[in-house]
Design a binder for this molecule. Structure first.
Ligand SMILES: [Zn+2]
Ligand SMILES: [Zn+2]
Length: 141
């Protein structure tokens, strides 16, 4: 298991699926609950505002965003995050894509999958064909 520094107490701990050490888990979870409540009641707040309102460190809010515990906070959170393909404002901080490129990417992925399937079918047909040829040859000999 990789060692990591606990962001709350700065001690080294075995980083598994948890973002903080064993000693800090209770406190972290309490903070997460507080942040969740604030986000639910104030979906338009920025991470800073949420942290202040919930009385937790802004790092907790950022960890939750990183872990996907909360999808995103307000519109402010996406400020400065642009689409990695065309530079337009991104619709998701984790994907870093704009709406248009996200749709395009999904289409490309579907196309790529279709191509893989097609390639497999072609190979199967070629295999069958050479199989027939071999069978014929065997008969002649
Ligand atoms: Zn800790
Ligand atoms: Zn784009």
């Amino acid at each position: 298991m990789p060692l990591a520094t606990c962001p709350r107490c700065q001690k080294l701990f075995n980083k598994s699926d948890k973002q903080v050490c064993v000693n800090c888990q209770a406190a972290e979870e309490a903070d997460i609950e507080k942040v969740r409540k604030v986000v639910q009641e104030n979906p338009d707040m920025s991470a800073d505002e949420v942290a202040t309102e919930a009385d937790v460190a802004v790092a907790v809010v950022n960890r939750m965003l990183d872990a996907g515990t909360i999808e995103r906070i307000g519109a402010v959170e996406l400020e400065g995050i642009t689409c990695g393909r065309c530079g337009a404002p991104a619709i998701s901080a984790s994907k870093k894509l704009c709406e248009g490129c996200l749709a395009k990417l999904n289409k490309e992925m579907a196309q790529a999958q279709a191509n893989i399937k097609l390639g497999m079918r072609k190979k199967a047909q070629i295999g069958m064909y050479s199989g027939v040829q071999e069978a014929k040859r065997e008969k002649k000999e």
